[in-house]
Design a protein. Structure first.
Length: 182
């Protein structure tokens, strides 16, 4: 039974979230791929207006400039608010992009790359995760498939500590998991 929707920009984003989010949330949450940032935003608004179910929208910031991120997030929030007849929703902005979860902890990134990296390399990876990962592991979605297929439980637990994954889990807990317990 679908209790909430999780809308992403692309398939690889949905694949990452499908792997990292705990199963108890995914049982009642339908993952939907928008195809692009603007399509995902539009789809999230349509789901709110037509299905009247909670929506988590995950989009890439495509920048690390805090003021630009804040402005974009507020704009998307306002657009969805207009479509939402009191239905819970939340916009999650991945900085600079969702692939950054793989670069969040240096030890996990080293295990993904199967080599040690210095501090400067880690900082570059954190600032440009998609470019860094595709340079070192192959083009997207190939590198996403490689990473996801090689994750063990310990690595997944570490990746689940990323703030975006934590916030998303909290939101889904409030709208899709707690209703099942009631």
């Amino acid at each position: 039974m679908t209790l909430a929707y999780l809308v992403t920009e692309g398939k690889s984003d949905a694949d990452v979230l499908n792997k990292l989010l705990p199963e108890r949330y995914l049982k009642n949450t339908q993952l939907v791929v928008g195809g692009s940032k603007y399509s995902a935003q539009s789809l999230a608004g349509t789901i709110l207006a037509v299905k009247s179910l909670p929506v988590a929208l995950v989009i890439d910031a495509d920048t690390d400039n805090e003021s630009v991120i804040q402005e974009k997030s507020e704009l998307v929030h306002q657009l969805l608010y207009q479509a939402s007849p009191g239905i819970p929703f939340k916009v999650f902005t991945a900085v600079p992009e969702l692939k950054a979860v793989f670069c969040y902890q240096q030890s996990v990134l080293e295990r993904i790359l199967k080599t040690s990296i210095d501090e400067l390399t880690w900082q570059v990876a954190r600032q440009h995760p998609k470019a860094f990962l595709s340079k070192n592991l192959g083009q997207d979605p190939l590198f996403i498939e490689k990473i996801l297929s090689n994750l063990d439980n310990e690595m997944m637990q570490l990746l689940q500590q990323h703030p975006l994954i934590q916030e998303l889990t909290e939101f889904l807990d409030s709208v899709a998991y707690s209703e099942v317990l009631a």
